[in-house]
Design a protein around this ligand. Structure first.
Ligand SMILES: [Zn+2]
Length: 397
């Protein structure tokens, strides 16, 4: 046999063009015959001519099933799971004109397993500073990539797995409010579809497989209209670990001195785990005047006696009796007194925080930078004042 020997398709007999040959275990197949195979089939090289001929007969018979298929339910947005609940049959296809593509019609009884998974990836969106260096937005912005995947295992002579993506999309975060708005409507719709696919399979198979969810964004916090309108209340889904996360907390903004006071508490909560991260967070909200060495040693001294609980005592629910364990999500109220604005003309405001371990409110001073209108943390010493010891540390309890 020479290099230029003409090849013929062992299925349909037609001449195979240059580069058009699809090798079989014991023969050759043309492109046109390959197109007629199931899209879920992948084992061509190990198939014999006879097996391919059988599959093509099965595919031909499938056309009548496609014709008779009545869609009573559609789940998914990219690839879709189509159900004919009357005949108890299903199709998976990504085409809107799926009937013209002869998609495999399977009986419910052919389903042997199902797993579903939602994956979220988070990337920071950066910008360039004056020198062209890549820097974070303040607050940082993120782009989320979502994938919604299902794997159906089936009992069929030509394929045993149908892997498909029911949705996939990008979402860019709106600065500042991401944690309160949650994943957004597109996510919720796609999630509902994928959960419905899992539920459909679970019911057929008598299994209780759960959709695996790998996400990095905290669940949306349902806000009452009253809480949303309350400008002195701050609700944090989780405590921040970095300066970037601190500035990304819901409603934290340098235009709002109340929010910077709340952020100061969140930053100080970081000290027991990571003092340097705590200082970096405080510097981020101190703006033009970062912490001095004296400030840092003061903070270290305040925490020295195991008083880790002081900053978290400002969150709702934290009390001496529960070792100052805040309710979830973290809620903190920042209030104003009649004297709060005594030095307002000089650019200062004194706001107050209520600890679950003290009767008097603790002051925090914020300072305004008139050229930008921003408020920065000026004096945080009041936040670390002594409070009642937690019950577990109280010898008189
Ligand atoms: Zn052919």
């Amino acid at each position: 046999m020479g290099l230029f020997d003409k090849k013929f398709c062992d299925i349909c007999g037609s001449k195979i063009g240059l580069l058009g040959n699809k090798k079989l275990e014991d023969g050759n197949m043309c492109k046109d015959c390959q197109k007629l195979l199931s899209p879920w089939f992948s084992d061509r090289r190990h198939s014999t001519v006879e097996e391919i001929k059988q599959q093509l007969a099965y595919r031909e018979a499938n056309k009548a099933k496609v014709e008779a298929f009545i869609v009573t339910r559609t789940l998914g947005n990219g690839y879709k799971l189509l159900l004919d609940e009357g005949k108890r049959q299903f199709i998976v296809s990504r085409f809107s004109d799926w009937r013209s593509t002869n998609p495999d019609v399977l009986d419910y009884a052919q389903l042997t397993g199902c797993t579903t998974k939602i994956t979220e990836d988070k990337d920071e969106i950066t910008t360039k500073d004056a020198e062209g260096k890549e820097v974070s937005f303040m607050p940082p912005r993120y782009r989320y990539t979502y994938d919604f995947k299902a794997v159906l295992t089936v009992s069929n002579p030509y394929f045993d797995e149908m892997r498909f993506e029911t949705a996939s999309f990008l979402r860019e975060e709106t600065p500042g409010d991401a944690s309160l708005t949650g994943h957004g409507d597109a996510f919720n719709d796609a999630k509902a579809d994928l959960l419905a696919i899992q539920a459909w399979a679970n019911e057929l198979l008598g299994t209780q497989t759960e959709t695996e969810i790998e996400d990095t964004m905290p669940e949306a916090i349902p806000l009452t209209a009253e809480d949303a309108a309350d400008k002195t209340l701050f609700i944090f889904p989780a405590l921040p670990k970095t300066a970037a996360e601190l500035l990304a907390l819901p409603r934290v903004s340098f235009q709002d001195p109340f929010s910077i006071a709340a952020a100061a508490v969140a930053a100080l909560c970081r000290f027991p785990e990571d003092a340097d991260a705590c200082f970096a967070m405080l510097d981020a909200i101190k703006g033009p005047q970062p912490l001095s060495n004296l400030d840092k040693s003061f903070i270290r001294n305040r925490f020295f006696d195991g008083k880790d609980y002081v900053p978290r005592s400002y969150f709702a629910g934290a009390m001496p009796s529960n070792d100052y364990t805040p309710d979830q999500p973290y809620r903190i109220r920042v209030s104003e007194s009649v004297h709060s604005r005594d030095q307002f003309d000089q650019g200062y405001i004194t706001l107050y925080l209520k600890s679950g371990g003290a009767d008097s409110e603790r002051p925090v001073v914020l300072r305004n930078k008139p050229s930008t209108g921003e408020w920065f943390l000026w004096n945080h010493v009041g936040i670390l004042a002594d409070i009642r010891v937690p019950k577990k540390d109280d010898p008189w309890a």
